[in-house]
Design a protein around this ligand. Structure first.
Ligand code: G3P
Length: 215
């Protein structure tokens, strides 16, 4: 089967998730502690509500920085819904926790990935997803897309099955580039999802068609 690029929304806002889900092409959701804090809500109940709206993978991130703390937080999060994916940072403890959870069959999303060796290590540990942050690399004058391309090549060279989830996407061109280099998934803020079906020539062309029709 030819793989398709999956589209996730990167938000913890219920209205945005509902509106994106209504498009009929939303495959999953990613959240992070900053996005949850922005909503000012209880973490677990917000995740439960999100999982009721979207049946695909919903990433919930731990805030512990040690292996044992990550595992106990993950165990509590996994009770929320069957589509919860545990999001862990690309640190040494995160890698160990990824291995522990993946060996148990838990889906893990390894976040804050900024270099290709992090992506290779988490793939070896069995991660379901790896999240390279391309916008934040661009922000400091780097080339975020180069990282996505490097990870794609490494994973293809060795047949790693971890999916590349391009994150920190800032504009539609990032999405086009992700699709061109073969990112498996892109997680996108609501603002960018709203731009995906927009073009001024579509609007003006449609207006002209309708004006001619009505003459
Ligand atoms: O959720 C992770 C990532 O997408 C964050 O994006 O815009 O805060 O760099 P940003």
């Amino acid at each position: 089967m030819i793989p398709r690029m999956e589209l996730y929304i990167d938000t913890a806002n219920i209205d945005e998730i509902r509106e994106a889900a209504d498009l009929g092409v939303l495959d999953g959701v990613t959240t992070n502690p900053s996005l949850i804090a922005r909503e000012g809500v209880d973490f677990h109940s917000q995740m439960a509500e999100i999982c009721e709206i979207v049946s695909g993978p919903v990433s919930a991130e731990v805030v512990s920085i040690d292996h044992d703390g990550m595992i106990s937080e993950a165990d509590a999060l996994l009770k929320i819904a069957s589509n919860i994916v545990i999001k862990l940072p690309c640190t040494v403890d995160g890698l160990k926790a990824c291995k522990t959870l993946s060996d148990r069959g838990v889906k893990v999303n390894m976040t804050l990935c900024f270099q290709p060796l992090q992506a290779m290590m988490v793939a070896k540990a069995g991660a379901f997803l790896v999240s390279p942050f391309l916008g934040r690399i661009d922000d400091i004058g780097g080339d975020g897309m180069e990282l996505i391309q490097q990870i794609r090549t490494i994973y293809d060279n060795y047949g790693y099955t971890t999916k590349i989830l391009s994150a920190s996407i800032r504009h539609p061109l990032h999405l086009v580039q992700c699709a061109l280099v073969g990112s498996d998934v892109a997680t996108v803020p609501f603002k960018v999802i709203s731009q995906m079906m927009k073009h001024p020539l579509t609007d003006s062309g449609l207006a002209a068609f309708l004006a001619d029709w009505n003459k």
